[in-house]
Design a protein around this ligand. Structure first.
Ligand code: NAD
Ligand code: UGA
Length: 474
């Protein structure tokens, strides 16, 4: 009988996932722990606007469950010692140096979690991989856990472990909905009793036909494959957007027509400035690294191309802007609308906005940033990190400013660049804006959110991604 669950990692996955589990399993205590004390303090903040993660519906769940059966704590050792199940939900970024740098997963947080579990667990503990991991990471975890039991009397060890893989498929911005109505829950493992225990938790709200069990390696590989396929569709449609711009076709019409084929489907065919987020790039590169390790060079090259195309899409947007503004951005002001990697999240990791704005700054543009959920410090941190990695980029901080009011900040700008599809950008009054901008003024819509009618507003030149109307006369 599972009574107590600990989740290591109170991030974008750990927090929302445990909130939904706690909501559906009121008889189980959920302790979410993290080595980052400030993050835990923020999860415990009375002001629900200050939670470390913004997700629609999340703050209501936290208000309902926190202090009842959901707790955010820093006493990691104790929470592990009383847990029947421990989820590992820690970050798995790309290695920045050493063997596999730039492609392989950095597993140091996973390894340290496994060691902490090995040292502090008591009795039988089910250890669940929630993080996205290279195939066969469960073996590494098992080895670490078992090495702690080997030090004991083998005939009656005081602690035993089962390791399962249960990757998470939630998308940011829709996390609560995705967790509440998942397309599937995947559980990989070979200990039938542990699988049954985890399955029984999900069965509280997930229909049984949606719970899929596989072997450990299939489960780990399915997660990488799902992300690679989703990213592949985005890169594919983004390449077609460029053909639309050259030929007079319209990407929205092409996407709709193609997506109506039930074998293809209509999801993930939205054109954009290139996919962002903490996972697509890292997971594909991780797959690429895995292929190379198994000498599957052609397979590696195939998947690597998805990331290449994504970089190309970001660069071609920046080059389009420079070219429309007469090849020169010095003494020009650009208002960037949106810095989050997609709408309805405050996450900016790998956002297309980072590379595009750094390239514009490098051309000596002055940039005003606006985002409803991302603050100034976070934008500055992302830009600084990018410049640290790409030392060829050069700009002065005096060229950057931040605004919370779109209309005020449009005064005297030469261009407005929409990078995130926030709802408030869909209803901008372009008549008002057109009177404030400096002429000749440009609006670049990289998300395809503006309607046909606005394109005729006098005083503004519009450019929309994948819309051949702007480059080709009939
Ligand atoms: P995150 O960086 O938001 O959170 C990870 C947390 O783990 C951090 O707060 C960190 O301090 C904590 N941590 C690291 N090592 C620890 C340790 N030893 N003990 C206690 N805490 C520790 O990361 P995330 O976005 O939640 O992603 C976590 C994993 O889930 C990654 O593998 C990611 O690929 C995967 N994933 C992410 C998403 C997403 O939408 N973000 C979706 C599905 C899967
Ligand atoms: C993605 C997957 O959708 C989740 O299933 C997965 O669990 C998660 O990665 C993960 O492993 O981290 P997420 O990155 O949060 O989720 O968000 P997505 O909705 O997939 O969007 C990713 C990026 O692709 C965003 O920049 C988004 O704007 C872009 N995108 C998405 C498009 O450009 N076009 C689309 O049609 C869809």
């Amino acid at each position: 009988m599972i009574k107590n669950i600990c989740c290591i990692g109170a991030g974008f996955v750990g927090g929302p996932t445990m909130a939904v589990l706690a909501n559906n399993c009121p008889e189980i205590i959920f302790n979410v722990v993290d080595i980052n004390n400030e993050k835990i303090n923020n999860w415990n903040n009375n002001d629900l606007n200050e939670l470390p993660v913004y997700e629609p519906g999340l703050s209501d769940l936290i208000a309902k469950l926190r202090g009842k059966n959901l707790f955010f704590r820093t006493d990691v050792f104790h929470c592990i010692s009383i847990a029947d199940i421990v989820f590992i939900s820690v970050n798995t970024p790309i290695k920045s140096k050493g063997l596999g740098a730039g492609q392989a997963s950095d597993l140091k947080w996973v390894e340290s979690s496994a060691r902490t579990i090995a040292e502090n667990a008591k009795g039988h503990t089910i250890v669940v991989e929630k993080s996205t991991l290279p195939v066969r990471t469960a073996k590494l975890i098992k080895t670490i856990l078992n090495s702690s039991t080997k030090k004991e009397n083998l005939s009656s060890p005081s602690k035993t472990f089962s390791v399962l893989s249960n990757p998470e498929f939630l998308a940011e911005g829709t996390a609560i909905n995705d967790l509440t109505y998942p397309d599937r829950v995947l559980i990989g493992g070979n200990d039938l009793s542990a699988i049954e225990d985890l399955k029984n938790i999900y069965l509280k709200w997930v229909p049984k036909e949606k719970i899929v069990t596989t072997n450990l390696w299939s489960s780990e590989l399915s997660k990488l494959t799902a992300n690679a396929f989703l990213a592949q569709r985005i890169s594919s449609i983004n390449t077609i957007s460029a053909i639309c711009e050259s030929t007079g076709a319209d990407i929205k019409e092409v996407s709709t027509s193609v997506g109506l084929d039930s074998r293809i489907g209509d999801k993930f065919l939205k054109v954009g400035p290139g996919f962002g987020g903490s996972c697509f790039k890292k997971d594909i590169l991780n797959l690429v690294y895995l292929c190379k390790q198994y000498n599957l060079d052609e397979v590696a090259a195939y998947w690597e191309q998805i990331v290449e195309v994504n970089n190309w899409q970001k660069n071609r947007i920046y080059k389009t802007i420079v070219s429309k503004l007469f090849g020169n951005l010095s003494d020009k002001k650009i208002l960037i609308l949106g810095f989050a990697f997609k709408a309805n999240t405050n996450d900016t990791r790998e956002s297309a906005a980072i590379q595009i704005s750094c390239n514009l700054l490098n051309e000596s543009a002055e940039i005003i940033f606006h985002d409803p959920k991302v603050d100034r410090q976070q934008i500055e941190k992302e830009l600084e990190n990018y410049v640290e990695n790409y030392s060829s980029i050069d700009f002065s901080k005096s060229k950057i400013s931040f605004s919370k009011n779109i209309y005020e900040s449009a005064t005297d700008v030469d261009a407005i660049l929409i990078l995130t599809e926030w709802d408030e950008y869909k209803n901008i009054d372009w008549q008002i804006i057109s009177k404030k901008m400096r002429s000749p003024s440009w609006v670049f819509d990289t998300r395809g959110i503006l309607h046909q009618e606005v394109f005729n507003i006098p005083g503004i030149n519009f450019w929309q991604i994948g819309n051949g109307k702007f480059s080709q006369k009939d």
